[in-house]
Design a protein around this ligand. Sequence first.
Ligand code: HXC
Ligand code: NAP
Length: 265
Amino acid sequence: MLPEGALKDRVAIVTGGGTGLGFAMAKEFSRVGAKLVLASRSVEHLEPACDEIRRAGGDAIAVTVDVRNAEQVDEMVRRAVEKWGGVDILVNNAAGNFICPAENLSVNGWNAVVNIVLNGTFYCSRAVGRWWIDNRRTGSILNIVSTYAWTGGPGTVHSASAKAGVVAMTRTLAIEWARFGIRVVAIAPGPFEGTGATDKLWVNEDVATMLKEHIPVKRFGRPEELARLASFLVSDYAEFSNGAIVEFDAGTWLNRGIYQNFGSK
Ligand code: HXC
Ligand code: NAP
């Protein structure tokens, strides 16, 4: 979507940037000129992801971090600044999820997901936001949420509750930090193929088929489609966008009627 060079020399931290949607966004940012910091717990996918970006002519480093640990998050930002001289973009993409009926969910299970999604997003936003404010720099934060933040997500109460918190955080920080030149926006993706959600949520072919049937265009999203929207939202082209939550799901969350095919050919 964006011309090459649109993010030239911008530094982007993408949490969970070694897999799924995070990696797709990282590759697209790199294609249009950004330097990347891919940050998550496991070097096993971070390093190959960085290698792929470098082979394509980009710049990327891997930083291991558990976003549930605020000190590790601060260190992640320090490493990014040390390597690339600053940070311009933060994508809070890291997430944890699994299907579990609420009555069976343990306290640890609840905490694991809420700490990654809600607390992790705050720790990363705080660390980068402080750096921008202290250094009189501006930047943009992109949070990856989900439409079940507002519809509810039966079977994934931890994730739905945490994502709802991230929606509130997006809107809150968008206003609080606007005076520092910091924009905060979010994307609410629908179901995407080839991602962690595929393994964690669409546990077998029947579920995947049912889900696809529910998507108005009868196909899953492709990670590169989301990556193009993400690169626009973090770029200067979206300078007037702040606090926005962009649904990118082919209308899936609106698909609740039963009469849409009635009488049509
Ligand atoms: C019930 C489970 C469980 C399951 C873990 N737990 N999996 N409970 N059903 N399937 C419980 C454990 O028993 C434990 O509680 C607690 O959760 C913590 O588990 P750990 O394995 O110790 O946690 P940890 O190693 O920190 O791993 C975090 C994780 C894991 C969230 C549990 O799945 C993970 O690392 N996920 C990262 C990748 C991911 O989930 N991607 C999907 C994103 S998709 P007890 O009580 O036993 O100690 C997405 C889509 C959103 O977000 C919208 C789609 C439409
Ligand atoms: P994914 O491939 O499973 O990615 C999740 C990433 O988060 C992994 O790279 C993982 O890396 C990282 N992560 C997990 N826990 C972490 C922690 N404690 N600290 C640091 N990093 C951690 O998932 P995805 O499907 O691409 O999802 C990406 C984002 O899109 C998530 O926010 C998800 O909720 C959202 N989303 C996805 C879909 C979809 O259809 N895929 C739909 C709606 C919303 P490590 O294991 O190395 O830590």
